[in-house]
Structure formats: structure tokens, C-alpha cells
Design a binder for this molecule. Structure first.
Ligand SMILES: C[S@@+](CC[C@H](N)C(=O)[O-])C[C@H]1O[C@@H](n2cnc3c(N)ncnc32)[C@H](O)[C@@H]1O
Length: 1007
């Protein structure tokens, strides 16, 4: 087929019909768990809330691919392109040895003996050495498998006589024996594989289905863009953040427009496209420039003589702590929550009293006993108190007393810490908190410059202190000039949710206060040499993340390292910290960990407010706006802006080097809604009538959805689909503030001005939800019929279909009950207004929920259950198939309107959540909707039975706990059967008790 421009102009996109959201969720989580191994994180792990590249890829392809009248083939091709089909896993490294493959296929009854003896062979080796002339390949007799496993001279191998195709077929069969999360966890991510190998085999099938003629993503994307829009597609993201979405779109072959209000976001996006996306020659150029800067700084630091000792050793890390005067004794006490320096080498810092000077000498001792390690781990800062022992007596003073905390008239807390001034860079002698160097980690002279360096920890000597004074003197003499020239920050710290910590706990008021003299000196040198180079500016921001007074010394087993400031999203001020010497600094100045994926298309990065109009036309918008986002991007990025703002290189010179806090879209409420309408109107106005918007946001509550409906109306958009992608992982949640899942809302321009009345809408929504869910359940069944083991869509997807259907129907009309919804969206929402939108969304979700009846519960029983019972039954079903994500519980609690579902939970750990079972409930929780329900009564009976109560007594309690007992007997029996089945493996005793209760109810004599 030839590629006829605009031939697919009006075809719906695949993402408007189907998306294998479960698989994409698993892939997205795998990518997030990769931490520093993620492609773009190497440019700045300080940027939080990155959207996975795989999610962006799904959006780009989902928007470009057509939804045809053959959904199964559409899905097949989409999965091939995403490398999430069964066969792709063989190429993604989900390969195992032939023994494992043979055993697994046998266990799943997928292989008979005859085929097995054809597929496999036995290699017999005379000795363990390879290539002896007596080695033999023997036929495989499946009945001898146990003997082969134990015989060290025999190995099961693929029969050399079978061809690649046959082997691939059986390896794929092996993949099919595993559920999707297992496959993903044991395979590489698609982006870690070589494109030609991973995607090479798919193009014939892709082209056959689509009528294209492509052999790479850029070719395919260009052809799809031409068919749909008449040219290579243009993708825009006006909230681009770290550039995950624009980078992936560009890598696939789209032209890209990216913008963000925040210059650091723009810089990271620019870096993604320009550094990771660089061609070979550009990459070499950047590397050469970087090397030159590193060498220049090394020369200057070495010439100053501030890092080498008299034996030629060079400092790797300097450890500093705060020190303060104890109000009880007048002694100066060093402060640290632990005096362990290295768990790996049993190194500690010992405090030795110096009675003359009323202070402690700090001695570094290596190879101490475990008892000394335990003693050192106690530290002198414990639970907010300064604690130390002098002459056998323990002194304890709250740090807030030392700081002199007091209540201000406005109810907030002030303190007596001096506020540092612009020319300060270290504490003044009479400040409450002093700073003290207490240990140096040295690289031995003999191993300097080698790949394996030897290091040791040592106490601070007078010569070290002299070098410290020298550094301080240099900074004292130069600070004002450096600030003037923009080499170090001179920007005040603006108070804020996160930045207040700096001011309150340290008295710091300018951004350079976060850096000690050594750090200021070193960073000013790097800055001076790289100032005109955009790529090196990106790398410089990493240096400052890893080099400040807020960098924790990690003494944990196998660590001995200095962490970065933004390991989480806060300004944590530590009592002790690590500062890097040059040779440790350059670890984060290297390109080694930065991958390369050449991007050859047009791309542009702008710093602008998403609410103002764009300057370029777009076909597809894929955006991740700051919806209820917990990340304070503006406050976090001010740390970097302070360094870079005065001398931006020419590439960044047009950007406003300010976080523009006032313009940042945040949170909820009226202002937020209006800003979002403006932002999406700008996007809609720049896209053609057949353009598409994909909006990512956090699924929180029904209010989010009615806000979204209003934003879509106001922006002239109509929702066409919604998908839920679970992106939560335990480790990320621990870091705080992470969103737990992402909704993808798909929208198009609303091209007609139609009206509807409420009654019609309700009916239309009902039909739409039912139709959508039936289609999805149908696809589940038909794909399962074709050898797929897992559901294509799970309950969360079906629920989402409810929301999507409601929004699709609602936003398709301009007028509802005579009210102009666009005009209503644009004006402030009157408080307490009866919200028809909200009601219809609630109704749609209810309709969707009715379709989520757990397997094994009759419709009639389900209808008689209250929301909390439905929640409990539904979650029992998910637990029975091994699901443990808190995310699911939250979603269903919302869906079934269970306000406090925590009451029903035994654990609310993000990835290990579970319901209370009968024994967990014990004899409590008989209040509230669930407490008074028949299901709670059944669980109580199961508790009593497990505690071996008399069965007559159990039945008597049951009868008294369930109002209208006789009318509810069938329901109780149904609950017993259900619990017996769902808890058979997880809680076998509860399951047996349920069988007993079932029999007791069935056999009781009535009347
Ligand atoms: C959720 S983040 C985007 C994250 C991005 N998708 C990623 O993967 O890194 C939202 C972004 O919106 C930006 N933002 C906030 N208000 C804005 C505005 N008025 N105009 C443009 N961007 C804004 C923030 O700076 C932030 O980078």
C-alpha cells in the first residue's frame, strides 16, 4: 500500500479503544524500580516524579495507530511494537537453561515425551574441560531426566538438529507458563535491548496489518503521521518536566515541542534531547569539553595545595559536624546522630575530653570491636536532644532549647539562630551552631589515579586544619567577586513549604549558605570553566546535588559514601555531612553512565507558561500537568537556579531564570481549574480538528473527575477514553510524595454544539458504560481463548471505563439541561451548587461497579450487600489471586464509597496490603457499616469456630448479630462458600471454618 497523506484522518486511535494497561503498568513499575538505571535519570536524579518512558511510548503509539474493526489484530501489533508480546520476552532475555524449560513445560502439560526427545539432547563430557575428543551428544530420554540432573558429566541441551524457529516456538511456550509480572521481573526492559534484535522480527507482521512499509520506529512513525496528519507527527508537552515524554516521542521519530515554566525542567529536557539524543560526533565533542574542564579544575586545585597531604595522599571525603556549647557544662560538644564512620571497616570517631579547653578532641579509630561500634552508633544527637557523657555523667538538652525556640504571635515558631548574611559562608565564632572538620578519608598516594584506589580514614591533623584555613581565606577574599560574576549564588532563599527548613534549622538565608568553603571553591572553579556550554551546565547541576552541606555521610555496610541532597524531595539538614574532594566530585561529572539514543528529528524546548499561547502547531499533546502533585518543583529547583541564573549559556539564554513560583500551577481549587483550562485551550487551539490530547493525572477521588470534565469543557475538548496505569512501587513511596497511579485521559476537539437533558444523559451513560465493559470483558475472553493466560483488562480498567464513559458522554454535549457547560466551566463555581456532573459521574461508576461482581457471588447476593461488604468480598477475590497492592484497595474503597476502609485492613503497606481476616478482627469492630453487616457476623462466627467455641453458641451469636436472620440465610450460605473458596490457600483454617459454618447453617432445624 502506498502511504496516502490524510487517508486515516478520521480513524479513531487505538488508545481510544484499547490499551493493555496491566502489562504497561508492570513495565512502568519495572522502569521506575531501575532507579539510576533509567535512561534519563543519569542527567539528574534530583528530578522527582518522572513519568516512565514506556508509558510515553504507549501514548505515542496508541495515538498514532488506528483502531480497526479487528481489535485483536490491533492489540497484537501494538504489543509487538511495545515488545510486550510473548515472543518478545525470549529476546528480552527471559531465557532459561534447557532443564528449567523442559521441567516447566512438563509441569504445565505443554510437552509430551515424544516431542521432548526431539527438542532436547544430552551432552556428555568426559571431563569438565571443554572440547575433549571423547565428548558426545546423546539422544534425550525423558525418563532419565533425574539421572541427567545429578550426573556432573551430563547436561541437557537443545538438540543441535532443531532449527531456530522451532526453538523460539518452545521458548515462547515457556514464557507463556509465567504470569506477566514474573516475565517482566526476570527480563530486560525493552530500552535495554538492542533495537535491531528486539524489533527486527516484527516488521513484516506490523506492515502487513497496517499497510505500511517500515523497518524502524522513525519510518513507521513518519508513515503513520502522514496517513493521519499529512506529515511526520508533531508531539507537544507543555509541562515537560525532566523531558521523559518529549524524549521518548523524539526517539520514536516524532517532531517534538516541549516547554515548561521552570528553567531547570527545560534544561533537563534539553539535556535529554541534546546529550542522550546526541549523534556520535556531538557526543564526542561534549565529552572532550567535559574532560578539559575536569583537567583544568584538577590542575588548579592541585596547585593550591589544599587537598594533598605531606605524603602525597589525596583527600577523597571530608566529614564535618556541627558543634555547640552545652548549657549545663559550658563544654563544646560535637553533634552527630552516630559516630560510626564505616561499618565495613569498623571505623569510629571517639570523643576524647580536653579539660583545658572544655571541648572534645575527635580521634578516628579503625578496626574497633563490635561493642565499640554499638557504642559509637549512639551519637550525640538522639531523638532531638543533645546527649553526651562527661566524667560518667550524662547530659541531655533538647536541641530546640539550644536553638532557643519560641512562639511567635502568629502561632509559628521562631528561634535565636542568627540569620546568616550575604557575605557569610561559615558560622561566626559566637553562633549557636559551629562547624567542625572531624575526619578525612584519604586516597593513598600510590593508588591515586588508579581504577582501584586504596583509602583510609584519619583524624584531623594541624596540617589539615591549616589547609582548611587556606580554603576559607580564598573564599573570604573572593566570594563577593564570584557572586558578582555569577560563579556562586547570591540569591536569597524564599520561604516556602520546603525551604523554611533551611532558614529555621540553620539560619541560612542565601542559597550559597548550603555550601561549605571547600564546596564553594571547587564548584566555582567548575562553573568558571563550563559556563558557556549547555551540556556541561546540565552536568553541573548534578555536581551541586552531590556537593552541599546537605549531603549525608552514609556509613552503612558496604557503603562509605556521600549521598546526594535530593535523594528525596526535601531539604534535610543533617548534623554531620560529607564533602567531596576533587577525585570524588568527578564521579558525577562523567558521561559513563549516560546512555546514547540518537534523535534525528526536529525538536524545540521553550521556557514558557503553559497557559500562554504556543508558537507551534501540534498534532498530539501528551502532558503530565501538576495535578495535585506532591512535588514542590519550584522550591526544589531554586537550589539549581541560584547557581545557573546569572550566566546561562546561549542555548538557555532566552529562558527566564526564575522558578516563577507565582505562575506555577498547583493543587486544586478555582485558580487551578482556570489555569488548566487556559493551558488546554492553548493546546487545543494549536492542534488540527483530528488532533489528540492525552492528559496524565492522579486518580484521587470523584472530584478530580468532575474538575477534569470542567477543564475539558472549558478547553473545547471531549473525552474519548481513560486508562489507569499503576505506577507505584514500595521503594518510591518510601521516598515520599509519589503519586500512586496514573490515569491517561484521551480527548479530542469537541466539534459539535449539541444539547441533552439529564434523563437522556443518565440513560446514555448507562448504555455507554455497559457497552464499554462488555466489549472489554469480551476481549478478555477472546484473547484468553488464544492462549493468553492473564486478563487483558482487570477490574481497575473496567472501573476506569465507567469514569471514561461518563466523561465521554458528558463532554460530548455543550449544553446540559439548558445550561451552557463551557460558559459554566469558565466562571467560578458557586459554592454548594448542585453538581449534575458529579452526580452523573457517580452514577456511571455505580453502573461500572455493578459489572464488577466477584466471581462466585450471585448477582442477587451482590445487590443485597452494602458498600463495605462489596469492598471486602471484592478484595478477598483479588487477594486470592495474589494481588497485594494498596492501590487496588484504595481504588475499590473509592468505588464502593467506603470512607474508612483502613478499619478493614490488617496491613496498608503499599505493596503488601491485606484485609483483616476473621482472626484479625477478633471480637471487635461491630460498629459502622461493615461492623453491622451480615458479612461481619459471618467472620465473627468463623473466629469463634477457629477458637473452638461450641457450635450451638456460634449459631446463636450469628442469629443475634444478623437482623432478619431467616431472610438472609441464603446470603450467609453464599458468604461461607465464597470465603471457603477464596481463602483455601491463604487461610486454610478460616476456609475450613467457613465450610463448617456453611454446613451448620444449611443443616439447622428451623422453626
Ligand atoms: C508533573 S510535572 C511533569 C513531569 C514530567 N512529565 C516528567 O516526567 O518529568 C509538572 C510540570 O509542570 C510544570 N509547571 C507548573 N506550572 C506550570 C505552568 N504554569 N506552565 C508550564 N509548566 C508548569 C512544573 O514545573 C513541572 O515541571
Amino acid at each position: 500500500m502506498s502511504i496516502i497523506p490524510l487517508a486515516w484522518k478520521d480513524k479513531p486511535s487505538l488508545i481510544e479503544r484499547l490499551l493493555p494497561a496491566q502489562k504497561i503498568s508492570a513495565e512502568a513499575q519495572k522502569e521506575r524500580k531501575a532507579g539510576a538505571g533509567q535512561t534519563l535519570t543519569a542527567l539528574g536524579s534530583y528530578w522527582k516524579g518522572r513519568k516512565p518512558l514506556i508509558l510515553a511510548k504507549a501514548c505515542v503509539l496508541g495515538a498514532l495507530l488506528p483502531a480497526t474493526d479487528n481489535p485483536e489484530a490491533d492489540l497484537e501489533v501494538f504489543e509487538l511494537l511495545m515488545a510486550i508480546d510473548d515472543e518478545a520476552f525470549v529476546r528480552r532475555g527471559f531465557r532459561k537453561n534447557p532443564i528449567k524449560i523442559y521441567k516447566t513445560l512438563k509441569a504445565h502439560s505443554r510437552l509430551n515425551n515424544q516431542t521432548a526427545s526431539r527438542l532436547f539432547a544430552v551432552r556428555w563430557r568426559e571431563s569438565r574441560k571443554f572440547g575433549s575428543k571423547n565428548d558426545q551428544i546423546l539422544p534425550f530420554d525423558p525418563s532419565a531426566i533425574d539421572e541427567i540432573i545429578v550426573d556432573p558429566n551430563k547436561t541437557l541441551i537443545w538438540n543441535p538438529a532443531i532449527d531456530e524457529q522451532t526453538r523460539l516456538k518452545w521458548e515462547t511456550e515457556f514464557v507463556r507458563c509465567h504470569d506477566y509480572p514474573t516475565r517482566v521481573s526476570e527480563a530486560k526492559r525493552p530500552e535495554e535491548c538492542d533495537d535491531a534484535t528486539l524489533y527486527g522480527p516484527i516488521w513484516d507482521r506490523v506492515n502487513q496489518h497496517l499497510g505500511t512499509n517500515a523497518h524502524s520506529f522513525p519510518e513507521l512513525v513518519e508513515q503513520l503521521g502522514t496517513l493521519r496528519f499529512g506529515h511526520r507527527p508533531r508531539v507537544g508537552d507543555t509541562f515537560c518536566g525532566s523531558g521523559q515524554i518529549p524524549f521518548e516521542a523524539a526517539r520514536l521519530g516524532c517532531d517534538v515541542y516541549a516547554s515548561d515554566l521552570n528553567p531547570i525542567a527545560c534544561m533537563l529536557t534539553w539535556g535529554a534531547l541534546n546529550i542522550v539524543g546526541a549523534d556520535e560526533a556531538t557526543r564526542r565533542e561534549i565529552e572532550a569539553a567535559q574532560k578539559a574542564v575536569a583537567e583544568a579544575v584538577d590542575r588548579e586545585i592541585t596547585a593550591l595545595g589544599i587537598e594533598h597531604d605531606e605524603h602525597g595522599n589525596r583527600a577523597k571525603a571530608y566529614l564535618y559536624c556541627l558543634e555547640t556549647r552545652c548549657p549545663h557544662t559550658g563544654w563544646m560538644v560535637p553533634m552527630a546522630p552516630s559516630w560510626v564512620i564505616s561499618k565495613t571497616r569498623n571505623v569510629v570517631a571517639k570523643l576524647i575530653p580536653n579539660y583545658d579547653q572544655k571541648r572534645f578532641e575527635i580521634e578516628i579509630v579503625s578496626g574497633v570491636s563490635e561493642a565499640e561500634m554499638t557504642a559509637a552508633a549512639k551519637g550525640t544527637v538522639q531523638k532531638g536532644d543533645l546527649v553526651y557523657v562527661l566524667d560518667g555523667e550524662e547530659y541531655r538538652t533538647p536541641i530546640k532549647t539550644i536553638r532557643g525556640d519560641y512562639r511567635l504571635p502568629d502561632g509559628t515558631t521562631g528561634n535565636k539562630l542568627r540569620r546568616w548574611e550575604k557575605h557569610d559562608f561559615m558560622p561566626r565564632p559566637d553562633d549557636i551552631f559551629q562547624e567542625r572538620l572531624y575526619c578525612i578519608q584519604w586516597i593513598t598516594a600510590g593508588t591515586l589515579g588508579k581504577s582501584r584506589q586504596e583509602t583510609f580514614f584519619a583524624s584531623v591533623t594541624p596540617a589539615d586544619l591549616e589547609r582548611e584555613r587556606k580554603v576559607e581565606q580564598i573564599v573570604r577574599e573572593n566570594l563577593a567577586a564570584w557572586q558578582e560574576a555569577g560563579l556562586v549564588p547570591d540569591m536569597p532563599i524564599e520561604p516556602g513549604e520546603k525551604t523554611d527548613e533551611l532558614i529555621r534549622t540553620r539560619g541560612w538565608t542565601y542559597w550559597h549558605h548550603l555550601f561549605n568553603p571547600r564546596q564553594l571553591l571547587m564548584l566555582s572553579k567548575f562553573h568558571k570553566h563550563m559556563i558557556n556550554n549547555g551540556s556541561l551546565n546540565v552536568m553541573f547541576s548534578k555536581l551541586i546535588d552531590w556537593n552541599s552541606r546537605l549531603c549525608r555521610w552514609n556509613s552503612g555496610e558496604g557503603n562509605d559514601k556521600i549521598e546526594n541532597l535530593f535523594y528525596n524531595q526535601a531539604y534535610n539538614c543533617f548534623f554531620n555531612f560529607g564533602s567531596r574532594g576533587y577525585s570524588y566530585v568527578i564521579n558525577h561529572w562523567s558521561f559513563d553512565e549516560i546512555k546514547q539514543f540518537e534523535v534525528n528529528n526536529d525538536w524545540k524546548v521553550f521556557a514558557c507558561n503553559a497557559t500562554s499561547s504556543l508558537s507551534l502547531p501540534l498534532d498530539i499533546g501528551i502532558t503530565d500537568p501538576p495535578y495535585a502533585d506532591a512535588v514542590h518543583y519550584h522550591e526544589i529547583t531554586e537550589f539549581f537556579i541560584a547557581w545557573l541564573r546569572k550566566n546561562p549559556p546561549k542555548e538557555f539564554a532566552d529562558w527566564v531564570w526564575d522558578s516563577r513560583r507565582a505562575l506555577a500551577i498547583q493543587g486544586k481549587g478555582e485558580k487551578f481549574r482556570q489555569d488548566m483550562i487556559a493551558a488546554y485551550s492553548a493546546l487545543a487551539n494549536h492542534m488540527p480538528d483530528n488532533g489528540l490530547q492525552i492528559v496524565m493525572f492522579t486518580h484521587q477521588d470523584a472530584e478530580v473527575w468532575s474538575d477534569m470534565a470542567s477543564i475539558m469543557w472549558g478547553a473545547g475538548l471531549q473525552v474519548t477514553a481513560a486508562w489507569y496505569i499503576a505506577t507505584e512501587t514500595t521503594s518510591e513511596l518510601k521516598k515520599g510524595g509519589y503519586v500512586q497511579g496514573t490515569v491517561l485521559l484521551v480527548a479530542r476537539k469537541r466539534l459539535q454544539d449539541t444539547s441533552a437533558y439529564r434523563d437522556e444523559l443518565v440513560e446514555e451513560v448507562r448504555q455507554e458504560v455497559a457497552h464499554q465493559i462488555e466489549t472489554m470483558v469480551g476481549l478478555n475472553q477472546s484473547t484468553q481463548g488464544k492462549g493468553r493466560t492473564e486478563n487483558l483488562f482487570e477490574d481497575a480498567d473496567l472501573q476506569m471505563a465507567g469514569y471514561a464513559a461518563a466523561l465521554r458522554v458528558l463532554t460530548g454535549y455543550r449544553r446540559i439541561d439548558g445550561q451552557d457547560m463551557v460558559a459554566a466551566a469558565l466562571r467560578p463555581r458557586p459554592k454548594g451548587e448542585r453538581d449534575i456532573v458529579r452526580e452523573i459521574i457517580d452514577y456511571a461508576v455505580q453502573v461500572a461497579n455493578e459489572h464488577l461482581v466477584p466471581e462466585g457471588i450471585a448477582q442477587g447476593v451482590w445487590e443485597g450487600c452494602c458498600g463495605a461488604e462489596r469492598f471486602y468480598l471484592k478484595m478477598m477475590e483479588l487477594e486470592a489471586v495474589g494481588l497485594k497492592k494498596l492501590d487496588n484497595y484504595q481504588n475499590f474503597a473509592k468505588a464502593f464509597r467506603v470512607g474508612d476502609y483502613g478499619e478493614l485492613m490488617a496491613s496498608q503497606q503499599p505493596n503488601n496490603a491485606r484485609l483483616k481476616n476473621a482472626l484479625d478482627f477478633k471480637k471487635s469492630s461491630f460498629e459502622g457499616e461493615f461492623g453491622r453487616s451480615a458479612l461481619r457476623a459471618v467472620l465473627f462466627a468463623l473466629y469463634e469456630l477457629q477458637k473452638e467455641a461450641d457450635s450451638d453458641e456460634v449459631m446463636e451469636h450469628l442469629r443475634s448479630l444478623v437482623p432478619n436472620y431467616h431472610m438472609r440465610r441464603d446470603d450467609l450460605v453464599a458468604f461461607c462458600q465464597y470465603i471457603a473458596r477464596k481463602r483455601e490457600h491463604r487461610y486454610p483454617e478460616e476456609s475450613s471454618a467457613a465450610n463448617i459454618l456453611f454446613a451448620l447453617i444449611r443443616n439447622e432445624r428451623l422453626g
